[in-house]
Design a protein around this ligand. Structure first.
Ligand code: DQA
Length: 143
């Protein structure tokens, strides 16, 4: 069974508590459980990783190239300035889908720039936790 890795970056461990009007009421654990169920129905197995550290996110992306068919990545604020995460995505051959809970284009100016978007297969933003489920559908289509 193909494995999909779902990576969440900084501050996303606080989902449910953190700015619920922007990011919703559900915890990351609850969201991951929904992703896992949906992935099963699409014939995927899932692995989940969250870190607040840029280096740990990069290490996990590198590892994913060995045993994952694709990655769903919410890089949090690193999206907007981490050339190191961008290079890690470029370095691996598996498709990476960029996701955001909020509609980053409708918010502050700095959120309108994604330095990772050009090296991701595609980007999904603004659908709350459903963004991750749309990304799963996209991977089903791609793989
Ligand atoms: C986010 C959007 C980012 O701008 C922000 O820094 C986050 C969450 C989102 O999922 O909407 O941490 O990636």
């Amino acid at each position: 069974m193909k494995k999909i890795l779902v990576i969440n970056g900084p501050n996303l461990n606080l989902l449910g508590e953190r700015e619920p009007a922007v990011y919703g009421d559900n915890s990351l654990e609850k969201i991951n459980a929904k992703i896992s169920d949906s992935a099963k129905s699409l014939g995927f197995e899932t692995d989940f990783f969250q870190s607040n550290s840029e280096g740990a996110l990069i290490d996990r992306l590198h590892e994913a190239r060995l045993d994952c068919a694709g990655v769903i990545l919410n890089a949090g604020a690193y999206t907007h300035y981490s050339y190191a995460i961008r290079d890690a995505i470029s370095a691996i051959k598996i498709p990476v889908i960029e996701v955001h809970l909020s509609n980053v284009d409708s918010r502050e100016e700095f959120r309108k720039t994604s330095v990772i978007a050009p090296v991701c297969k595609g980007s999904i933003s603004g659908f709350g936790e459903y963004s991750y489920l749309l990304a799963l559908d996209a991977l089903k289509f791609l793989l």
